[in-house]
Design a protein around this ligand. Structure first.
Ligand SMILES: Nc1ncnc2c1ncn2[C@@H]1O[C@H](COP(=O)(O)OP(=O)(O)OP(=O)(O)O)[C@@H](O)[C@H]1O
Ligand SMILES: [Mg+2]
Length: 751
């Protein structure tokens, strides 16, 4: 977009459409240029960005913030900055930099040349090998006012991919070094102030008492008053900073926690109960509070101690030693109890997990509980787990009570015994009144920090346990859905399984046994077979839920395992037997936050799924609010909404796993009648127990105990496949004998 002599012209609508690299690109809008420039820059770092991840209101060029988020979510380090020509040209890095132009377009700076005062830019819209062209300051400043996006491969967030542990959290707290320094300074000021004040008091008290000087007393009061104000002030600052630190750490931890939860494979959630997962994750808060609360204050207390102890020793070594010995004894007592307490604590924590599992299960399964009248059994389970937690808690608290009791006399001694000794020393003239007063005032500050340290040691076991609890969820191996990993082909929709075998972890027999079949792009396939024959397993492999199978699964020509997981799943539409609707309007549920979808898509998808008629009968139509657990839509309606949700982004591959089995005959007939239309232009895999809904499929794959028995259209299979014929006869016989289960219309044809 600039001619070789360094002339730049405006790009975008309104101008003659020559973008920043000098090559006319009338077809490329500024919006597109920004997207392409960022994608090209990310590609330089080996990250292939997915356009679907970029969130911005359409119609306008994406804002820097949106672009930066896009890059960051893909695991890159990115920052939007305002830059001058001087700093741009001074950039040393060889990585490309994205300049956001005034007209909404973008340029990609690939090289800088400070000597000649030029930068070299490349056209983001052109192919990779397009020649960079030089641009000078005047030309650049004509179209660019400094908005720049810097990016690089992320090494900064070291805590990002590391296992969750105390060290990980500590490092996360440590990112706020500056804040910590301020907190530390405030504490230091508080301590120094109080020591200085006490020493002043010591000097002045002698004068007051000896010379009965009211003036000096007034001065003393004034000094103490000022000290109080300052201490109050620094105390306020310190607490305020601690709160800020806590909140920042909390935000970061929450972010990371949710990211990891979402990243875990479905297997994990199948093996672990929700109650246990929640309970375990709940411990993160405890650890976080420990770090930003107890640990921080204890560290600060240590500083206080280090400053205080020498002063106390100077004031009076005997008293100081007595206090110190008492303090050390306190710590020893507490440490002695740590192990026994921990043992009991672990039992208590197990009991808590069992208890919360009962609670979560009962709440989630409340329909089943009620309809089967299982309340007494649930209550019994609850009572027994509650009793178990209760008794372990009692034992735990009993045990904790001991160190507290044993420590008490020592604490008392530090507070009052030392006073007695001090008085004794004063009587004997070994110490003056002022010195004693100062000592008392200062040593009062000794017990706080020491108790704090002791309490921290006491808690640390608890926290170690909490860390391992949380880690058991946080450190599970996530699915490899990283944006930068894997291919992102545009699917035509052909599927091939060749010699695929698979067993679930911990299962004895194979769920799939040496399976091979081909599904041509754009065709429809039914999967049938007895319960447990492996139908759902096939759909799970296709979605990349289980990836450690033997053999090959190919989509078009690519190995399934080499395809980016997120991309793969976004290219699919999946409807299961049970589908979850989120709280929100029907429209929101159908769009589900995916970018680029409009009301037109919503209506089209609803029509295709046979949901339009009931949605329009609802008083608020598409704006009808669906509550948690979707009580205000029927099972069949929910199912049709789920189908619409899967269809809305026009997936290449649609998987329906028992999607219609919960439907009433009428809605089922409605969906089935639409199946041909749904299948149009995409590959469709339908798992169904009702063979009647599969008769029109291009092919039907018959499975039995994890093996493919036969593949072919309905008519052929009825004739030649015994397993299929048996299933078919069972169902049609049933249909004939019971009028109630009205057969779908297709069934009647020819049979
Ligand atoms: N998450 C899992 N963990 C362990 N084994 C599983 C899991 N899911 C399924 N299986 C086992 O794998 C085999 C195949 O199950 P699959 O769910 O594929 O059957 P299906 O044909 O879909 O059955 P249905 O018609 O009942 O849905 C079964 O023996 C089942 O017990
Ligand atoms: Mg199944």
């Amino acid at each position: 977009m600039h001619s070789p002599d360094g002339q730049l012209q405006q790009s975008g609508p309104g101008s003659d459409g020559t973008p920043v690299t000098g090559i006319p690109q009338p077809g490329v809008s500024p919006i597109e240029l920004r997207v392409l420039a960022v994608m090209a820059a990310a590609r330089y770092h080996g990250v292939q960005l997915d356009r679907d991840d970029l969130r911005f209101p359409g119609g306008q060029p994406p804002e820097p913030a949106a672009l930066v988020d896009w890059l960051r979510n893909a695991g890159l380090w990115a920052r939007g900055v305002r830059m001058r020509w001087r700093s741009l040209i001074g950039l040393q890095s060889s990585a490309p930099v994205v300049l956001l132009l005034r007209d909404g377009g973008a340029a990609l700076v690939v090289r800088t040349d400070p000597a000649r005062d030029r930068v070299w830019t490349r056209d983001p819209a052109a192919e990779n090998d397009s020649e960079p062209v030089p641009v000078d300051a005047a030309a650049m400043e004509a179209v660019w006012d400094g908005e720049t996006i810097l990016l690089r491969a992320d090494r900064g967030n070291a805590y990002d991919n590391e296992p969750f542990s105390l060290v990980w959290l500590a490092r996360l707290v440590w990112t706020d070094r500056k804040l910590m320094r301020e907190i530390f300074l405030a504490s230091l000021m508080m301590t120094v102030l109080s020591i200085v004040m006490m020493l002043l008091v010591m000097g002045v008290v002698g004068g007051v008492v000896t010379y009965r000087s009211y003036n000096t007393l007034a001065l003393l009061s004034l000094l103490l008053g000022i000290a109080m104000l300052f201490e109050g002030f620094f105390g306020y600052i310190r607490r305020q900073l601690t709160i800020v630190l806590g909140r920042r750490v909390e935000a970061r931890v929450n972010l990371e926690m949710f990211k990891r939860i979402l990243g875990l494979p479905i297997d994990f959630y199948e093996i672990n109960q929700a109650g246990a997962i929640m309970y375990r994750l709940g411990h993160i808060g405890k650890v976080r509070d420990f770090l930003t609360g107890r640990v921080l204050t204890t560290l600060l207390d240590v500083v206080t101690l280090l400053l205080l102890l020498p002063v106390l020793y100077v004031l009076n070594p005997i008293l100081a030693s007595l206090s110190l010995v008492a303090a050390i004894l306190m710590v020893l007592i507490i440490v002695a109890f740590i192990r026994p307490i921990r043992r009991v604590y672990l039992r208590y924590a197990d009991a808590e997990i069992a208890k919360s599992t009962v609670l979560v299960e009962s709440v989630r399964g409340i329909r089943t509980v009620k309809s089967l009248g299982l309340e007494p059994q649930r209550k019994e389970a609850w009572d027994s787990t509650t009793a178990a937690t209760g008794s372990w808690k009692l034992e735990l608290q009993d045990l904790i009570n001991w160190p507290q009791t044993l420590v008490h006399p020592l604490e008392y001694f530090m507070r009052n015994g030392v006073l007695l000794v001090g008085v004794y020393l004063a009587i004997n003239g070994a110490m003056d009144a002022g010195g004693m007063l100062a000592f008392m005032l200062l040593s009062g500050r000794l017990s706080g920090p020491i108790a704090g340290i002791a309490r921290m040691m006491e808690e640390i076991e608890d926290i170690r346990n909490a860390v391992s609890m949380a880690a058991s969820v946080m450190n599970e191996k996530p699915e490899d859905a990283r944006p930068g990993i894997g291919l992102r082909p545009r699917f035509a929709g052909a599927i091939s399984f060749s010699k695929v075998s698979f067993s679930y972890p911990r299962a004895k027999s194979r769920a799939l046994d040496n399976i091979s079949f081909e599904i041509p792009a754009g065709s429809s396939v039914g999967l049938v077979g007895r319960s447990g024959s492996g139908k759902s397993t096939i759909t799970r492999l296709l979605q990349g839920i289980n990836r450690d199978y033997e053999g090959y699964v190919k989509l078009d020509r690519d190995d399934l395992r080499s395809i980016n997981l997120t991309h793969l799943r976004r290219s699919f539409g999946v409807v299961l037997q049970e589908n979850f609707l989120f709280r929100g309007s029907i429209k929101d549920n159908l769009i589900a936050g995916r970018p680029g979808l409009t009301m037109t898509d919503v209506v089209r998808a609803a029509r295709l799924a046979g949901a339009e008629e009931f949605i329009e009968r609802m008083p608020q139509g598409y704006e009808t609010f669906i509550e948690e657990g979707s009580p205000n839509v029927s099972g069949g309606q929910r199912q049709r909404l789920a189908i619409a949700r899967a269809l809305i982004h026009d997936p290449r591959l649609l998987i329906l796993d028992e999607a219609t089995s919960a439907l009433d005959p009428e809605s089922e007939a409605l969906v089935n009648a639409n199946i041909a239309r749904m299948a149009h232009g995409r590959t469709m895999v339908v798992v169904s127990h009702r063979l009647s809904s599969l008769t029109e499929m291009d092919q039907i794959i018959v499975l039995d105990q994890g093996s493919v028995m036969d593949v072919g259209p309905h008519r052929e299979l009825v004739d030649r496949c015994p397993v299929y014929r048996q299933l078919w006869l069972q169902q049609t016989r049933y249909m004939q004998s019971t009028r109630a289960a009205a057969p779908a219309p297709v069934l009647a044809q020819g049979h």
